[in-house]
Design a binder for this molecule. Structure first.
Ligand SMILES: *[C@@H]1O[C@H](CO)[C@@H](O)[C@H](O)[C@H]1NC(C)=O
Ligand SMILES: *[C@@H]1O[C@H](CO)[C@@H](O)[C@H](O)[C@H]1NC(C)=O
Ligand SMILES: *[C@@H]1O[C@H](CO)[C@@H](O)[C@H](O)[C@H]1NC(C)=O
Ligand SMILES: *[C@@H]1O[C@H](CO)[C@@H](O)[C@H](O)[C@H]1NC(C)=O
Ligand SMILES: *[C@@H]1O[C@H](CO)[C@@H](O)[C@H](O)[C@H]1NC(C)=O
Length: 510
């Protein structure tokens, strides 16, 4: 069990699978991939992560930042890779020359180093209005430039560009999948997108978050699961029944595609998962329950009510927690990981889809900082200073677990302050001499773990910056020209963020 699969064997499998794709236009069976974002104060070294993926029999991965050292780790691994262009760089790709240059530096360069890049994701939910009010209307133009550049470089058959969309590209408030259609404001763009995909034999992509869908639409939370415990279900949508949000949304997207004149496209699920903190029903029990049925369902090629037996590819969201993601929409955004950010599995999940009752393998070679914590000394004489220091500590670290529904939402005020101080202390790599546990004299370092009940006071991993050089700016790699001109363009915005918010600039990628 959990033997490390040999890279050669994996490469053979990958070759076999890509041949199947070429010959049939569809994969032989549903594939379980995983998203790996790195917007975290503590990061696993890329080679550790690739090792983790191989041990867990993961065949495909999607990354958001394509640093050279990250790409190098995937070289020869046999893992199919999806790379991403973040929303914030879409406007830079404004001509075929720039697109070709980007493909040269992001695809050709790494494919020649034996990195099996298969998809380019153009933007991240660029038409979504749920998590932000800003949409990126040129995404389809960029998609065309990118796929055309891929075709010109001779990759037309093996590397496909697509755009991952959130389910809010569909009109809200439908009661049956057959009622689904695209939102009026983006309908023309969606039709253009789908027709272009069809011409290039590329798949459409949808991100599905059942936990939100049920909450946003006031549905029975059990409808988010596959175990048919929901009091809400849909009967007789043209003879079909729906007992879970995944099937419901997937088939809704197909209905909208059908109405757009492209009923026969392949539809890949770019993100699907369950957060474990910072939101009602977001915990490890429910995450385990969700994946327990989802993954065997994918591997079993059961298909959906509308397409029984059709293979569905899904990318699990995500590999590990990212405590530097923006939390405009809620603290749970930092808790999508199957693993904590230090590589510990949070719950049982069989990533191969075989449904075994197992924990996934733990990351190897992780070194934690010493067992010491920074807590509040409980001097309550000046509440203003306490609140101020609490806010600053949270702002510069991660207090999302304190939010209602979170694993630490039951703490007392004093424990709250200790929690915040400790998070800051750990993010600052326990640097006592640099006042990482000062807080105007309110902090003290202790050797005993202050964790209580469900609330863990974490210790971060030893920074591995020398081994992991970090991702270059904004998820585009290699291309000095783009990086420099982008930097110039974004400098005013960037300095605003750096001043108002010391969160890592990588938050721009989502
Ligand atoms: C593309 O953007 C660059 C930088 O903003 C600009 O100088 C150039 O004129 C644009 N090209 C086109 C074809 O719009
Ligand atoms: C988006 O705009 C609407 C209406 O202007 C507003 O109600 C909503 O809060 C905004 N959402 C975000 C995430 O900013
Ligand atoms: C849908 O549910 C109804 C009522 O339970 C049942 O009679 C029917 O056979 C179901 N249809 C399918 C396709 O499963
Ligand atoms: C997870 O949430 C569910 C529903 O809110 C609850 O019944 C269950 O006890 C929770 N599990 C844990 C470990 O907190
Ligand atoms: C602890 O902090 C959280 C997040 O700021 C807040 O919602 C909660 O009310 C605080 N609890 C107490 C007892 O002050």
């Amino acid at each position: 069990m959990n033997m490390r699969a040999s890279p050669i064997f994996m490469a053979l499998i990958a070759t076999f699978l890509s041949c199947m794709v070429l010959f049939s236009g569809k994969p032989a069976e549903g594939i379980i991939g995983i998203n790996w974002g790195r917007q975290s104060s503590q990061r696993m070294i890329p080679s550790m992560v690739v090792d983790l993926l191989l041990q867990n029999e993961i065949q495909e991965a999607r990354i958001f930042t394509a640093a050279d050292n990250v790409m190098a780790a995937f070289s020869g691994s046999g893992i199919g890779l999806s790379i991403s262009l973040s929303n914030f760089v879409l406007h830079v790709i404004n001509s075929s020359t720039v697109a070709e240059e980007w493909i040269q530096n992001s695809v050709t360069k790494f494919r020649s180093q034996n990195v099996d890049i298969r998809y380019v994701n153009v933007g991240v939910e660029p038409f979504s209005t749920t998590f932000t009010n800003k949409t990126y209307d040129n995404a389809v133009d960029v998609l065309k430039l990118i796929q055309n550049a891929l075709n010109n470089a001779g990759y037309g058959d093996i590397v496909k560009a697509t755009i991952p969309h959130y389910s809010d590209v569909l009109k809200q408030g439908i009661m049956k999948p057959s009622e689904a259609d695209f939102r009026d404001d983006i309908k023309a763009k969606m039709v253009e997108y789908l027709k272009f995909l069809r011409e290039n034999n590329a798949p459409a992509m949808i991100d599905i978050y059942p936990i939100h869908y049920c909450r946003e639409n006031d549905l029975d939370p059990d409808f988010a699961f596959f175990d048919k415990k929901s009091k809400f279900f849909v009967l007789d949508d043209n003879g079909l029944n729906y007992t879970n949000a995944f099937d419901f949304l997937y088939d809704s997207f197909y209905w909208a595609m059908r109405k757009a004149g492209t009923p026969d496209l392949r539809l890949v699920v770019g993100q699907v998962g369950w957060p474990t903190d910072g939101y009602p029903n977001a915990n490890t029990t429910y995450a385990e329950r969700f994946y327990k049925d989802l993954l065997p369902y994918v591997i079993g090629n059961k298909g959906t009510p509308l397409h029984p037996g059709m293979p569905i590819d899904v990318y699990i969201h995500s590999l590990s927690d990212e405590n530097r993601l923006g939390i405009w929409y809620g603290g749970f955004q930092r808790h999508w990981g199957i693993y904590t950010s230090d590589g510990q599995p949070k719950f049982k999940i069989d990533l191969s889809g075989k449904g075994r009752d197992i924990f996934p393998t733990t990351a190897k070679g992780i070194t934690h900082m010493p067992k010491r914590w920074c807590i509040f000394n409980e001097d309550m004489s000046d509440m203003d200073i306490i609140k101020d220091e609490f806010d600053k500590a949270c702002y510069n670290s991660d207090c999302s677990s304190l939010e209602p529904g979170g694993s630490c939402s039951h703490l007392s005020f004093k424990q709250n302050v200790s929690y915040a101080f400790n998070r800051y202390f750990q993010v600052k790599q326990q640097r006592i001499h640099e006042k990482a546990c000062n807080f105007q004299g309110l902090g003290k370092v202790v050797p005993d773990d202050p964790s209580t009940g469900t609330c863990i006071f974490p210790i971060e991993i030893l920074a591995a910056e020398s081994a992991d050089r970090g991702a270059p700016f904004l998820g585009i790699n290699g291309d000095q020209f783009i990086r420099v001109s982008l930097l110039a363009m974004l400098l005013p915005l960037l300095s605003f963020f750096l001043i108002s918010n010391s969160i890592n600039v990588e938050l721009f990628t989502k």
